[in-house]
Design a protein around this ligand. Structure first.
Ligand SMILES: NC(=O)C1=CN([C@@H]2O[C@H](COP(=O)(O)OP(=O)(O)OC[C@H]3O[C@@H](n4cnc5c(N)ncnc54)[C@H](OP(=O)(O)O)[C@@H]3O)[C@@H](O)[C@H]2O)C=CC1
Ligand SMILES: C[C@H]1O[C@H](OP(=O)(O)OP(=O)(O)OC[C@H]2O[C@@H](n3cnc4c(=O)[nH]c(N)nc43)[C@H](O)[C@@H]2O)[C@@H](O)[C@@H](O)C1=O
Length: 314
């Protein structure tokens, strides 16, 4: 499918980690009519405001990168908001997009939709075949409902909407807040602060044994544009790199990039979450897309961004 670069494209959540990367990628592709609104300008939980916004702008493409997002502890401790906010954001957005018959929409889910003990690497067909990981089941259920809404609209109205399931992401504009962030930005900040303060030990949450896969957000943005052009199927499609490492190994890598040379300990009172979450990315690879940013240079680039924007005076 072709994307006319002059057509109006609405990126919901355009200031976030994912939305800002997609915005940059679309600009790079020459897209000249990008639409964005902050949550203060348009709270997508407000149904009437969302309906009015879509009716006013009538985008040709909608990319849903707006969500309540957080790491393992934020998800575990705020399941009510992770369920309710995400359901409302995506239902309001998709209902409003349906009302004006937006022809092309990309819904972003997450690898946490798959069962906690899914066979590895996780194929798209694993969806709804087993129990979810309890630290993020509320968020996962909201995302699964989003996939179903995309499929229902396709079936009933024939619109070319799609869903993509990214693995754990990182890059510029990530959330570096120690309490609510994901592991990679949390470790960049913790190791940096330990180096600056001369601390001799950094403590990781959990046992360090869980395995995770990390995709640079610029690769995800490139994959999103690729999927909008080349993918038109009701099934969600995985987006990842196809390789993972333990949290302990990740910590060693972050320590090296940051230049921290002290000890690394563990806090097993904090949750590990799902033991392994490696996506099977063969469907996307077979379509002709592959990532281009390796983890270590991606980490170095993200650390440089952190220093420039947030961490220089700490
Ligand atoms: N980060 C990750 O590792 C992964 C993320 N994803 C998915 O990617 C998508 C984006 O995540 P990410 O970029 O990391 O998240 P961020 O928290 O960085 O960004 C979320 C964006 O959503 C917007 N938003 C939140 N609530 C509302 C609301 N009520 N109304 C309007 N806008 C709102 C925010 O707007 P504002 O800034 O204006 O407040 C923000 O720009 C999500 O669907 C997430 O599930 C999937 C897999 C992994
Ligand atoms: C993308 C995905 O992200 C979430 O799932 P998760 O992968 O479990 O998230 P996480 O990045 O927070 O943790 C990964 C691992 O890392 C360990 N860990 C060590 N030290 C820190 C640490 O300092 N902070 C954090 N957050 N984790 C740490 C932590 O204990 C865990 O074992 C979902 O809730 C859901 O939102 C989702 O979709």
């Amino acid at each position: 499918m072709t994307i006319d670069p002059r057509s109006p494209i609405y990126v919901a959540g355009h200031r976030g980690l994912v939305g800002s990367a997609i915005w940059r990628r679309l600009e790079q592709a020459g897209c000249s009519h990008l639409i964005g609104a902050t949550s203060a300008e348009l709270d997508l939980r407000d149904r009437a405001a969302t309906t009015a916004f879509l009716a006013e702008h009538r985008p040709a493409v909608v990319i849903d990168a707006a969500a309540r997002v957080g790491g393992i502890l934020a998800n575990r401790d705020h399941p009510t908001e992770f369920l309710s906010d995400n359901l409302r954001i995506q239902v309001n957005l998709m209902d409003a997009a349906l009302e004006v018959r937006v022809p092309r929409l990309l819904f972003l889910g997450s690898s946490c939709i798959y069962p906690k003990f899914a066979e590895q690497p996780i194929r798209e067909s694993s969806l709804l075949t087993g129990e979810l990981e309890p630290t993020n089941d509320a968020y996962a259920i909201a995302k699964i409902a989003g996939i179903m809404q995309v499929q229902a609209v396709r079936r009933q109205y024939g619109l070319h909407w799609i869903s993509a399931m990214p693995t754990n992401l990182y890059g510029p504009n990530d959330n570096f807040d120690p309490a609510s962030s994901h592991v990679l930005p949390a470790l960049i900040r913790r190791f940096h602060e330990a180096k600056v303060n001369g601390d001799d030990k950094v403590v990781l949450w959990g046992t360090g044994t869980p395995r995770r896969e990390f995709l640079h957000v610029d690769d995800l943005a490139d994959a999103c544009l690729f999927l909008l052009k080349h993918y038109d199927d009701p099934a969600p499609i995985n987006v990842g790199v196809g390789e993972d490492l333990t949290i302990q190994e990740l910590a060693g890598l972050v320590a090296r990039v940051v230049g921290y040379t002290g000890a690394i300990g563990n806090d097993p009172t904090k949750p590990d979450g799902t033991p392994r979450k490696l996506l099977d990315v063969s469907r996307l690879r077979d379509l002709g897309w592959a990532p281009s940013v390796d983890l270590e240079p991606g980490l170095a680039q993200t650390y440089a961004w952190y220093l420039d924007h947030l961490g220089a005076d700490r």
